[in-house]
Structures are given as structure tokens and as C-alpha cells.
Ligand binder design. Structure first.
Ligand code: CTP
Length: 402
């Protein structure tokens, strides 16, 4: 399907060695029959020539605010209005920082500030620059302004170092745009929070209580919802898999109490909350400041109840969709139904530890979605990635029809 056919795309190129990939990117976009105009920062011209980019894009290259030869004005406003998408690839740490801070000292940046179209940013930099909290904060800010970050890849970098920071491959970027324009962004404008992972309840500086949750299901679901254009906040306890989608805002909340505070804080801002986390029901009554020493006697640990986050949100709920999970070992359906009612959920996703390949740590799962009216839909054993699409479909149906 030629979803990019006739789309007006402004490609912004900044001064990174990855600028050579922009040539292939522009070529791929024109092969998809998109109309491409290229803006380069002054430094970008040192990495790839305007002649190359002009030839490939079939349009003159824009660098300066005006043409020094004839004084013709390069209007960032009309460029921003012309574009159906503004794609900044490669985006250096410097440009990302300026975008986050509202600095507009070149045509690429003024066009960013006047663009009314969706903006896609494909970072390219060394691993340490990418990992630096400043860069990460700037990227979070860009996401919070509604920009789409196309995650850089891991691998060998121009510096010879190996790590995350390499600009996504041109084909991956084109796929991202195609996905966007194939109107799969059905959840655009919706704010969704997802809790994931197993909480950690400290006993003393070296010990804790936790569970086997890997966070795989919750993260897969957060990524699927973000892929559909939702503005996703992931409230994350301990997990064993990375979050790949750069559009997801991550809030670290390792203990049940921290997850409670983060969830309550987020809930009023959301349209839906999906509670995937395995939250400890009990936490030590007191945390010892120093390592607890053994002796010859038996030892028992005093525990107190944690707050039931899903149930609290169920009480706070206005129009939000509230989705829970239930992992059971026996009387599965009865227990799940009880949780659905007691926590005031709209639907609950049941998985049983008795099913082969389902539950903690597996890449696969087998689920049943039970609704408030008692109806249910069973889904056969599948990858968590694929099941996240089924759950996202259920979220979408309930959210968009409410
Ligand atoms: N949940 C929560 N906060 C808790 C406990 C559970 O938000 N303190 C949420 C889970 O994220 C899940 C649902 O409630 O969406 C059910 O969790 P589960 O652990 O299966 O049930 P519990 O209510 O803890 O009941 P039990 O452990 O007795 O089965």
C-alpha cells in the first residue's frame, strides 16, 4: 500500500556522521512517491553535500533563512504548513537539546517551532551522549510535546564504541512513517497508564521480598498502545526486559508504596489504566537500616498489608477505563470475577499458572478476558507480543465506544 504517496515530507538533517544515511532515507521516501524537501543545518553540509540531497529529493536544499544570492526568503512558516510530516534524521544531541529548550537559531529549528504537522525525531549520537540524563530528559520533553522519537539502534558506532545511539536504519524510519500514515494511530490523543513488573519490598540493605514477574506482558502492552499513538506512561517496578518504544514515558516505582503514589498521581490525567504489575500484598512492617544478623533461633518477619492500587483507582474512577490482570492457580474464573467486581474494573485479563507456557517469565501466554457483564473471550496460547494486540483491541473498543 502506497501510504506515503503524495505526502509532503520535510526532512531535517543535522551535523552527524549518520547524515550519509539521510541520502538513502530521502531516496526511499521518493521511491514511495512522497514529496520531499530537505533542510540542512550549516554543519550537516560538512557531512553530506547539498548537491547529493538536492538531486535525491528533486528539490533545492534549504539551509539559510534567506538566499544570499537573491535575498529570497526561505519561509519556515510556509514550510511548516506545507509538510504532512517533519522528519529530523539524524537528530544530534545538540539539536534535540535546542528543540527541547525552544532555541531557534537555524532554519531547521524555526521550522520545528512553526510545524503544525507530526514531528518525527531520529536521534544519532555516541552511546554516552545518548545515555546522559540531559539527553534523556530532553527526549522525554520532546515526547511530552507530542513528538515521535524513532529509537536509535544498538551496535557499532562511528566512534568505534559499541552501544545504543546509532540512527535507526532508513528502511525502519520509512516503515515507522508508513505505520503512522496507515492510520494505525487509532489511540492518538488518548493518555494511558500501564503498571508493569514485580515490586520489591526491602527488608534490610541487602534483602527484599519480590516475585517472579518479568514485566514482559506489561511492557509488550505499553509498546502496543504507544504504537497505536496513545500517550503511554509506564509505571515500572522490577523488570527483566528493556522498553524499546521511545515514546513511552517511564516512571520508576519499585515498591508497592512507590507504585501506589505514582499511580494515584497519574490516574486523574489518564483515559485508561491497565494494571499489569505484580504488586506485593505485604511489605515488611519495618525496614532495618543495617544488615540483619543471624542467630541460632528461628526468625519471623513481621509484614503489613500494602495498598491495593487497582482497588484504590476503582474508587477514584470517573470515566476512565480500568483494566486489571489476574494470575491464578485455582478457581481461576471465580477469583478473577471477584477481583473484577471488588476493584471496580471494566475488564480483567485472566491467566492461569496451570496453563503450559503461560504466566511469569514466559514469552508466551494464554488469556481469557472477562467483562463486567460476565461475558468472556478466550485467546489461545500465543506470544505476549501478539496477545498485547488482543488486549489493546479490547482497550480500544471500550475506550472509543465509551
Ligand atoms: N493489584 C494492585 N495492587 C495490589 C495488588 C494487586 O494494583 N496491591 C492489581 C494487579 O496489578 C492486578 C490485580 O490487582 O491487576 C489483581 O492482582 P492479583 O495479585 O492477581 O490479586 P490480588 O488482589 O493481590 O489478590 P490475591 O493476591 O489474593 O490473589
Amino acid at each position: 500500500m502506497e501510504v506515503l504517496n503524495g505526502k509532503n515530507i520535510v526532512v531535517g538533517i543535522t551535523g552527524s556522521i549518520a547524515a550519509y544515511k539521510a541520502a538513502i532515507l530521502v531516496r526511499l521516501l521518493t521511491c514511495e512517491k512522497a514529496n520531499v524537501k530537505v533542510i540542512m543545518t550549516p554543519l550537516a553540509k560538512q557531512f553530506i553535500t547539498p548537491l547529493t540531497m538536492a538531486t535525491l529529493s528533486k528539490n533545492p536544499i534549504l539551509v539559510d533563512f534567506f538566499n544570499p544570492e537573491n535575498g529570497e526568503w526561505n519561509s519556515h512558516v510556509s514550510l511548516g504548513e506545507w509538510a504532512d510530516a517533519y522528519l529530523i534524521a539524524p537528530a544530534t544531541a545538540n539539536t534535540i537539546g535546542k528543540m527541547a529548550g525552544g532555541i531557534a537559531d537555524n532554519l531547521l529549528l524555526t521550522t520545528y517551532l512553526s510545524a503544525k504537522c507530526p514531528v518525527f525525531v531520529s536521534p544519532a549520537m555516541d552511546l554516552d551522549m545518548f545515555a546522559h540524563p540531559t539527553t534523556q530528559n530532553n527526549i522525554s520533553r520532546l515526547i511530552s510535546y507530542g513528538n515521535h522519537i524513532i529509537e536509535p539502534e544498538s551496535g557499532e558506532l562511528a566512534s568505534g564504541l559499541i552501544g545504543k545511539g546509532r540512527m535507526a536504519e532508513p528502511a525502519t524510519i520509512v516503515e515507522y512513517l508508513k505505520k503512522y500514515f496507515s492510520s494505525k494511530f487509532t489511540l492518538e490523543g488518548k493518555k494511558i497508564m500501564v503498571t508493569a513488573g514485580g515490586t520489591i519490598e526491602p527488608i534490610d540493605p541487602v534483602r527484599y521480598i519480590s516475585n517472579y514477574s518479568s514485566g514482559k506482558m506489561g511492557i509488550a502492552l505499553a509498546e502496543e498502545l504507544a504504537d497505536r499513538g496513545a500517550d503511554v506512561t509506564l509505571i515500572k517496578a522490577s523488570t527483566s526486559v528493556p522498553v524499546k518504544n521511545g515514546r513511552i514515558k517511564i516512571v520508576d516505582a519499585v515498591s508497592a508504596e512507590k507504585m501506589y503514589v505514582a499511580s494515584v498521581n497519574e490516574f486523574s490525567k489518564t483515559d485508561a489504566a491497565v494494571m499489569c504489575a505484580a504488586v506485593a500484598d505485604y511489605t515488611p512492617t519495618a525496614i532495618s537500616n543495617s544488615k540483619i544478623k543471624k542467630n541460632e533461633n528461628e526468625w519471623s518477619l513481621s509484614l503489613k498489608r500494602t495498598k491495593d492500587i487497582a482497588a484504590e483507582l476503582g474508587k477514584m474512577k470517573n470515566n476512565q477505563l480500568l483494566v486489571g490482570f489476574a494470575l491464578e492457580t485455582n478457581d481461576e474464573e471465580t477469583n478473577a470475577l471477584k477481583k473484577l467486581k471488588e476493584k471496580n474494573l471494566d475488564f480483567i485479563v485472566l491467566n492461569s499458572l496451570n496453563d503450559e507456557g503461560a504466566g511469569f517469565g514466559h514469552d508466551t501466554n494464554k488469556i481469557k478476558i472477562i467483562y463486567r457483564d460476565g461475558t468472556s473471550v478466550e485467546y489461545p496460547l500465543n506470544t505476549k507480543k501478539n496477545l498485547s494486540k488482543d488486549i489493546a483491541d479490547a482497550v480500544e473498543r471500550n475506550l472509543l465506544n465509551s
